[in-house]
Write a protein that binds this ligand. Sequence first.
Ligand SMILES: Cc1ncc(C[n+]2csc(CCOP(=O)(O)OP(=O)(O)O)c2C)c(N)n1
Length: 167
Amino acid sequence: MRRTEAIREIMETISDQLVIATTGMISRELYVVRDRPENFYMCGSMGCALPIGLGLALASRLPVVVLDGDGAALMGLSSLALSRHLKLPNLVHYILDNSTYQSTGGQPTCSSSVDFANVGHHVKVLHVEPGGEKGTPRIPLEPLEMMNRFRNAVMARMAVQTFSSRI
Ligand SMILES: Cc1ncc(C[n+]2csc(CCOP(=O)(O)OP(=O)(O)O)c2C)c(N)n1
């Protein structure tokens, strides 16, 4: 399966969940597959999607889905351990494992030696082909613009949650 197909399949299951995507082509393919204000594209460091997702899931209690790469998950293994410790019921952690750092040229990772599902919590590892899609555009949103859009979406969802819990 190609990575973009995996992202499409995941997004077909998404209704109102917040989706946090790791940096690189996973974010860019997610943007193409289904951009929405409830998506947060981590523009920068690897290994940050899960900690952002954990913080959001913990603080907001909203359903959160994290889309990670195997390289990024390896870089942030301590967050997988924390996730296992917290056992948040409202977070699902997808790892799109192509055994490479595809976004930067396909250098091999050591993911085949790591059992992510036994380190993290609610981990779903999807094995995908190592290549990317030609011509995938850069995300045409400034980071601040994307963050503000996401923050507004989170606040709106939290307001609905608070209202629903009172009736
Ligand atoms: C801390 C850090 N180191 C290196 C980079 C450069 N970089 C951006 S994406 C990427 C590869 C990501 O690999 P993976 O998470 O496995 O996703 P894939 O691109 O294979 O889908 C690298 C090395 C970065 N953004 N942050």
